[in-house]
Design a protein around this ligand. Structure first.
Ligand SMILES: [Zn+2]
Length: 494
């Protein structure tokens, strides 16, 4: 494949190059020549004319829960305060964006609160906006589920009224959670294609029940064309060690599926006040007043030692500053190298240890938008320790970016915008002294690759706009014109 008239954008400098021809063979960039120079290719080579568009290296999402991402993609958002007629309008507005479901797939909404509604709505009310597509909306407290006629049929509950309550609602929810692997794969494929439209060429899948075999089967069926590094959890460390696949190694010759890290979870989250912190949460008492430490340090070190022996790099979830400190200690003692996932609250003394120990900080900037209000309350007395991307970079840490989807969307441009502007809504940037530059944010999205070069992997994205000249909403909604992952076109608007 020959990409004609491409202008390579160097992410270090932000300066686009002169038009060139990029020759791709297999999953590699074979050569890059100025246009009009040496003739490359031949009559059998597919030529794509980029007409001077900018080309950057492919973007990654380093933290995705793939199965949950696929399920959540079918979940419509419903306001908790909405009345039935408002919910119908919300559903109608979102339904178009969801491709038709098949098999056992029921489109699901979540979050309604019916306690103050004068009467229960009917299946026919919902049919009026959904037509024959099966839709079920679960209430925020799970005690009711509003189904249309098609959903009642799929659930085998056609003899019930459309607004299911109590036992009927719980029965419906158990059935709603059962999606066949085939349907889930189809949804996941749509998610991956939407991600490719944002320039994503690879993800690290942190799903608990995922496996390289599952992904190999998906890709053999032509689905989800992107690089996938599949994490394993401690419960399957023994089995993974037996396969003699190191992190980053291909799971099958010629495939895009690779062994991922060993994922270990050390603490909780900010919103549930379970991130493990030096200071107790305000007003909290009892043994968990500092959050939750899910694993004793000796066990953590033993797992990391075993992982290291098996060639697996640990990816350790640590959000609170005590969790971060403990995990860095474990990296130091075991000599393992890997990633520290989230790193939302970091002490000054721990900042330089990331670089010293070869531990990358795998961050999810979009969390900052969702968590800033909670952080202002929960960590009010230590805001300077939160989401400190600037300090991490200045201390030499390597940053990698992701979404923790479905917690935030698989959208590197949202992450990039937030890392640079510390906001993605109308509020001013939050602690702007911790903002990083666009160049730094892009490099954290490409895994450190600054430009498409001969000999490198053919993972690249063509853009209509120059990200270095955009900002705000425009930067955050950047779309790829063409995405190539491993030499394959995974998205094209040409
Ligand atoms: Zn996660």
């Amino acid at each position: 494949m020959l990409l004609h008239r491409a202008r390579l954008l160097d992410l270090h400098t932000g300066v686009p190059g002169f038009p060139c021809d990029i020759m791709i063979r297999g999953d590699r960039v074979e050569s890059v020549h100025p246009v009009g120079g040496e003739t490359v290719g031949g009559p059998d080579v597919e030529v794509i004319d980029l007409a001077g568009r900018l080309v950057i290296p492919g973007l990654w999402d380093q933290h995705v829960h793939a199965g949950q991402w696929a399920l959540a993609s079918r979940r419509l958002k419903v306001s908790q305060t909405a009345r039935p007629e408002e919910i119908l309008a919300e559903i109608a507005a979102q339904l178009d964006a969801i491709a038709d479901s098949d098999g056992d797939g029921i489109i699901q909404g979540f979050g309604l609160r019916a306690s103050r509604w004068p009467a229960n709505p009917s299946a026919a009310d919902l049919d009026a906006v959904t037509g024959a597509r099966p839709v079920a909306i679960v209430s925020a407290d799970l005690h009711s589920t509003w189904c249309n006629t098609a959903a009642l049929e799929r659930l085998g509950m056609s003899d019930r009224p459309g607004f299911l309550t109590e036992a009927d609602s719980f029965t419906a929810q158990i059935r709603l959670a059962q999606v066949s692997p085939r349907t889930l794969d189809r949804w996941l494929d749509e998610c991956c294609r939407a991600a490719a439209a944002r320039g994503v060429v690879g993800i690290r899948d942190m799903e608990f029940s995922s496996s390289t075999d599952l992904w190999l089967a998906r890709q053999a069926a032509g689905r989800c064309p992107m690089w996938v590094q599949v994490a394993v959890y401690p419960a399957r460390l023994q089995e993974a060690s037996g396969r003699h696949l190191a992190t980053g190694q291909s799971a099958a010759a010629g495939s895009m599926v690779e062994m991922g890290p060993l994922k270990i979870i050390v603490d909780g989250s900010i919103s549930s006040r379970s991130a493990w912190c030096r200071k107790p949460y305000q007003g909290a008492v009892g043994p968990q007043r500092n959050g939750v430490d899910s694993i004793p340090p000796e066990e953590l070190e033993s797992l990391m030692t075993r992982a290291r022996a098996a060639g697996l790099r640990p990816a350790v979830h640590a959000i609170g500053n005590l969790a971060v400190h403990t995990v860095l200690d474990a990296f130091a003692r075991t000599g393992a190298a890997g990633t520290l996932e989230h790193a939302q609250l970091v002490d000054d003394a721990d900042l330089p240890r990331f670089a010293e120990l070869g531990v990358a900080a795998s961050i999810q900037p979009a969390h900052l938008v969702d968590d800033r209000d909670t952080t202002d309350v929960v960590w009010a007395d230590q805001p300077h320790l939160s989401f400190r991307y600037r300090d991490l970079l200045d201390a030499g840490a390597r940053l990698l970016m992701g979404s923790d989807a479905p917690v935030s969307p698989v959208d590197p441009w949202l992450a990039i915008r937030v890392a640079v502007e510390r906001t993605a809504d109308r509020r001013p940037g939050w602690h702007l002294d911790q903002a990083i530059t666009l160049s730094e944010a892009l490099l954290a999205s490409t895994g450190g690759v600054s430009a498409v070069r001969p000999g490198g992997r053919a993972d690249l994205v063509a853009l209509d706009v120059d990200p270095f000249t955009t900002h705000g909403e425009e930067l955050g909604s950047t779309l790829a014109t063409l995405t190539i992952a491993g030499g394959l076109i995974s998205h094209s608007m040409l």
